[in-house]
Design a protein around this ligand. Structure first.
Ligand code: 13P
Length: 257
């Protein structure tokens, strides 16, 4: 089965002015008419009502697990609907580790996004320590099993495997060298993730769900990663901030298509 590539960006809190956000998004958007590749960029939610794009889809970086209520600082799924936003990241490692989000909360977010027809991009990934001790498979399995509990329409979900040790974030990796997964390690883990999804949802669905790789992906390593049979795209942090670093990844996807 061929799964169409998806390229996702995650700006985190790296762009902090609306004029700058618009300038960068417009530039990326203008290139995308040359490619038939599903592309979204997650931006700080304060920008979501104020930017519009043609080919590029916008995403939230997170939503709250309740639709509304007394939750200071949170973003409501209903605001995404109101702003016409079709994607949201859920359970990014920065949310799990820095903001102490649990698998149970993440599961509620996945279900809430689906309730409103918003594509949740469920992020999973193990820390350097969990990789070293070999418990990473159990961690990934738990993140999938609990994160997807009660989710029926997995077809609408995108999975992003982002090993924490590969994410270019010193706060998450104070004691380890940050480096992308090797294509072979990434492929082995993606294939494991697909097997867990097969156990949960059966073969047809597991073969159609897109599993993105994230963690220091950039033009110089994207080709080898995207060539792997179980890697269906990327969730890109730093290299998604500018057209000049993101669009080369689109060229690579096109050449592999
Ligand atoms: P980097 O590509 O900057 O390592 O970030 C990855 C990431 O966290 C995307 O969600």
């Amino acid at each position: 089965m061929t799964r169409p590539y998806v390229i996702g960006g995650n700006w985190k809190l790296q762009v902090t002015s609306l004029s700058e956000a618009k300038r960068r998004l417009e530039e990326i958007d203008s290139h995308l008419e040359n490619f038939d590749i599903e592309t979204f960029i997650a931006v700080p939610s304060v920008f979501l009502y104020s930017v519009s794009t043609q080919n590029l889809k916008l995403a939230a970086e997170d939503i709250h697990y309740e639709e509304s209520g007394a939750y200071t600082g949170a973003t409501s799924v209903l605001s995404l609907v109101d702003a016409g936003i079709g994607y949201t990241l859920v359970g990014h490692s920065e949310r799990r580790i820095i903001f102490k989000e649990t698998d149970e909360e993440i599961n509620k977010k996945v279900k809430l996004a689906l309730k409103y027809d918003i594509t949740p991009v469920l992020c999973i990934g193990e820390t350097a320590k969990e990789r070293e001790t070999g418990e990473y498979k159990e961690v990934l399995r738990r993140q999938l099993v609990v994160g997807l509990q009660g989710v029926e329409n997995l077809e609408k979900v995108i999975i992003a495997y982002e090993p924490v040790w590969a994410i270019n974030n010193k706060a998450l990796n104070p004691d380890t060298e940050i480096k992308p997964a090797t294509p072979a390690d990434a492929e082995a883990t993606h294939s494991f993730v697909r097997r867990v999804i097969e156990e949960l949802y059966g073969q047809n669905i597991s073969q159609s769900v897109r599993i993105l790789y994230g963690g220091s992906m950039k033009a110089s390593n994207a080709e080898e990663l995207l060539k792997q049979p179980n890697i269906d795209g990327g969730l890109i942090g730093g290299a998604s901030l500018k057209a000049e670093t993101l669009i080369p990844v689109h060229r690579i996807c096109s050449s592999l298509n």
